[in-house]
Design a protein around this ligand. Structure first.
Ligand SMILES: [Zn+2]
Length: 106
């Protein structure tokens, strides 16, 4: 029953295909999920505790989903995958996300 609710299989090691990019490359994948501009977000790694700008994260794209890794310890901090069932967001590898206030309606 829960098996079909598991996050799509994604490589969590050296099997990711494609070049390592910075977080800015993955901003588009997160833009439709976060209310804030992803590039203004600060993410704290749940593994080593370092806070870093979204754009400083390492982005692994081209696999099943987009994986963001900590620049310091290379732990996975977030991943997003779009499937026919919907968009999966896994931020279990991060301890906090700081989203800047968005301008309200004039
Ligand atoms: Zn880290």
């Amino acid at each position: 029953m829960t098996s079909d609710l598991s996050f799509p299989a994604a490589p969590d090691g050296g099997a990711e295909s494609g070049a390592v990019l910075d977080g800015n490359a993955a901003a588009g994948e997160f833009a439709g999920i976060l209310a804030s501009d992803p590039t203004t977000v600060t993410v704290r790694c749940g593994s080593c505790g370092v806070a870093q700008a979204f754009g400083q994260l390492q982005a692994y794209m081209g696999g099943p989903g987009t994986v963001l890794r900590c620049r310091e310890c290379e732990a996975m901090v977030a991943r997003v995958a779009r499937t026919p069932r919907g968009t999966w967001l896994d931020i279990s590898g991060s301890s906090s996300w700081l989203l800047l206030p968005t301008p309200g309606p004039a």
